[in-house]
Design a protein around this ligand. Structure first.
Ligand code: HEM
Length: 226
């Protein structure tokens, strides 16, 4: 499989993906329009937005392995949009929490974040998401430089682990199936990433060995040298 879209096709793929990422909003808008959020509207909105935040987080993490396995480099061009949609649903999730749960009362919000451990974990994940969303543009990439930008964006892994902890913590012991499924997905994706890094760290002998005769330490490249 070696399909490479031309710029027009890529633009169409991005428009389609944009529309797909908006789909989870439909049930919320429908519920708002019909005034029927079910017996517990706050819980409904929080759970729906939380579920889509973690879904998009895992989907974003899948892009790089999919790109490598499929040999389709252009898939990377979709990652930023997926990540930003993850942030968009996280923001709605957070707004639902501060607006519906606490009516924007700052002291009550702060107390809840410190009191309930699963809220603390959710908040920590959200805080980690902020710099990633803020630096998802060409200007930030130029300002930070490719390497520092990449290092910053690696925090998506601790973020994903904390998001799983948040989910585990809030569900009852009888409903562990979904958090477990997300935790397994994150573990596999993280494991793949670690293995890829090890595979790419190729030892390159120093040219000085020949001259001095002394063995020098090996240098490791994070990328396979061209
Ligand atoms: C990256 C950030 C976050 C992710 C991935 C996330 C994910 C989730 C998930 C998957 C659920 C459960 C959905 C379900 O039961 O089906 C949930 C529920 C919830 N989250 Fe988050 N969350 C995040 C951030 C936050 C933040 C910042 C807060 C508040 C400070 C928060 C507070 C809550 C609350 C109150 C619930 C509902 C608990 C209930 O069922 O009553 N979350 N979240």
């Amino acid at each position: 499989m070696s399909f490479t879209p031309n710029p027009r096709q890529l633009a169409l793929i991005k428009i389609a993906l944009f529309a797909i990422c908006l789909l989870p909003l439909a049930p919320l808008l429908h519920a708002a329009w019909s005034g029927n959020f079910g017996p517990n509207p706050v819980e409904y909105v929080q759970r729906w937005t939380g579920t889509w935040t973690i879904n998009l987080l895992v989907i974003t993490l899948c892009v790089t392995p999919l790109r490598v396995i499929s040999g389709l480099p252009w898939l990377t061009r979709l990652r930023r949009m997926l990540g930003l949609f993850c942030f968009f649903y996280a923001l709605l999730h957070f707004l639902a929490f501060i607006g519906f749960d606490h009516e924007f009362a700052v002291d009550a919000i702060a107390r809840d974040i410190f009191k309930r451990p699963f809220v603390t974990a959710g908040f920590a994940a959200f805080v980690l998401l902020l710099p990633l969303a803020a630096s998802s543009n060409q200007w930030a990439i130029r300002r930070l430089g490719g390497r520092r930008w990449q290092e910053l964006h690696r925090s998506i892994y601790p973020l994903a682990i904390i998001a799983c902890v948040h989910y585990f913590w809030l569900v009852k012991a009888t409903a562990l199936l979904w958090p477990l499924a997300y935790a397994i997905a994150v573990t596999l994706l993280l494991g793949w990433r670690v293995r890829e890094r090890q595979r790419k760290a190729i030892p390159v002998p120093q040219s000085g060995i020949a001259k001095s005769g002394a063995a020098k330490p090996l240098k490791f490249f994070s990328q396979r040298p061209k």
